[in-house]
Design a protein around this ligand. Structure first.
Ligand SMILES: Nc1ncnc2c1ncn2[C@@H]1O[C@H](COP(=O)(O)OP(=O)(O)O)[C@@H](O)[C@H]1O
Ligand SMILES: O=C(OP(=O)(O)O)[C@H](O)COP(=O)(O)O
Length: 400
């Protein structure tokens, strides 16, 4: 376990300004938070600090607004969901730095909770700019990082701040690392990884190391399309990062050299539109029409995934196999999740899954409770699995 200070080391905080980094990058459907797991997981830290009389100032990001304000990425609607989970008033500040925000903080009473607007509305956040980190630090006496799922980002609010203020790990940060160490510190082999989802460019690189650590890697979701295209399969209008073809090819070579079976879809569910009720059909993966999108892996592919789940003793899963938010493109994710859950209940599989949307997908399938462990983190959890040091965790450890 990393050697960092926790809330147990944080005393006499009544009236103190505690800057708490949380991950509120939650799934939203039709303007409403559709899965509150990440909020529920950070609630204990917020409640503990508030009940001890601290002024609790929440910092978070939402989406990828590219360093400038974007109303579509505002955290204001999320504040209501946080309020509802905590059953405690949550105030909102329209910027994460600046004089109006400092004034709002000065007016807080001990125990109050204030959520600051998206830190990624400032370029300095993702650049980990020292001046921006300093501006954030001016609003606090103490820093608590409870955003394990963003700990793989060396950003001002996840890394920089830990060097400027006395820094502590929140309860979720602590619990996630303990649970992952317990469940996956020495994973029972064979180990199967399932990686899907849509964050292709930010996750593809980590597959290079992951194939050296696992016995088989199933690639589904949007991630699969980049691999399919790289080997020359027509993917039509599917989500696909053609400029990453070389990386995908390299990963396929690395997998073969490491003895890791790389499992790609053999069929897909395709549609011309991504909306509820859109006409869809199942096709062989080599017959995707040029004007269609692959929005889920097909039933034959699910059979293959389930066969691999039957062979595995441990599965680690990040990223849904399809665009599960809209039926029928949830079918493969739901079927594989149910199969993994069933084998877990039978005591035949250790199943660890993570990621904001992955957790939502498991909840949608009704099996999140049956998995051995469900992490709030996707990319961070996979990077931890790779054996990488997470900047957000490292910075806390260096603050000891
Ligand atoms: N074939 C696909 N085409 C487009 N989007 C997809 C496809 N498969 C999965 N997705 C999308 O991937 C998203 C989740 O990806 P990602 O953010 O990487 O997962 P997580 O949040 O669990 O880490 C979901 O919104 C889902 O709709
Ligand atoms: O949702 C997140 O990661 P995840 O999709 O890997 O679970 C985190 O909030 C990090 O977001 P980012 O990948 O935009 O840096």
């Amino acid at each position: 376990m990393p050697d960092f200070k926790t809330l147990d080391d944080l005393n006499d905080i009544a009236g103190k300004r505690v800057l708490v980094r949380v991950d509120l990058n939650v799934p939203v459907k039709d303007g409403k938070v559709s899965d509150t797991t990440r909020i529920e997981r950070v609630a204990p830290t917020i409640q503990e600090l508030s009940s001890k009389g601290a002024k609790v100032i929440l910092m978070a990001h939402f989406g990828r607004p590219k360093g400038k304000p974007d109303p579509a990425a505002s955290l204001e609607p999320i504040a209501y969901a946080v309020e509802s989970v905590l059953d405690h008033r949550v105030h909102f500040a329209k910027d994460c730095i600046g004089t109006p925000t400092a004034n709002a903080i000065n007016e807080m009473a001990g125990g109050d909770i204030l959520l600051l607007e998206n830190t990624r509305f400032h370029e300095g956040e993702e650049k980990n700019d020292p001046d921006f980190a300093k501006a954030l630090a001016e609003n606090g006496d103490v820093y608590v990082n409870d955003a394990f799922s963003a700990a793989h980002r060396a950003h001002a609010s996840t890394e920089g701040l830990a060097h400027l203020l006395p820094a502590y790990a929140g309860r979720t940060m602590q619990a996630e690392l303990e649970a992952l160490e317990k469940g996956l510190g020495k994973p029972a082999k064979p180990v199967l990884a399932i990686v899907g989802g849509a964050k292709v460019s930010t996750k593809i690189d980590l597959l290079m190391n992951l194939v050296k650590k696992v016995d088989a890697l199933v690639i589904g979701g949007g991630m699969a399309n980049t691999f399919l295209a790289a080997r020359g399969t027509e993917v039509g209008k599917s989500l696909c990062e053609h400029d990453l073809a070389q990386t995908a090819k390299q990963i396929m070579i690395e997998a073969a050299e490491s003895g890791c079976a790389l499992v790609l879809p053999v069929d897909g569910v395709v549609a011309r539109e991504f909306k509820a009720g859109a006409e869809s059909e199942t096709v062989d993966i080599e017959s995707v029409p040029s004007d269609a999108m692959i929005l889920d892996v097909g039933p034959k592919s699910v059979e293959k995934v389930n066969e691999w789940l039957d062979r595995a003793d441990t599965v680690v899963w990040n990223g849904p196999l399809g665009a599960f938010e809209i039926e029928p493109f949830d079918a493969a994710t739901v079927a594989a999740a149910k199969h993994a859950a069933h084998r877990t209940i039978e005591g035949l599989l250790v199943s660890v899954a993570g990621g904001g949307d992955t957790v939502a997908a498991l909840n949608h399938a009704g099996v999140a409770e049956e998995f051995s462990y469900v992490s709030t983190a996707g990319g961070a959890f996979l990077e931890w699995m790779e054996g990488k040091k997470l900047p957000g965790v490292e910075a806390l450890s260096n603050n000891r």
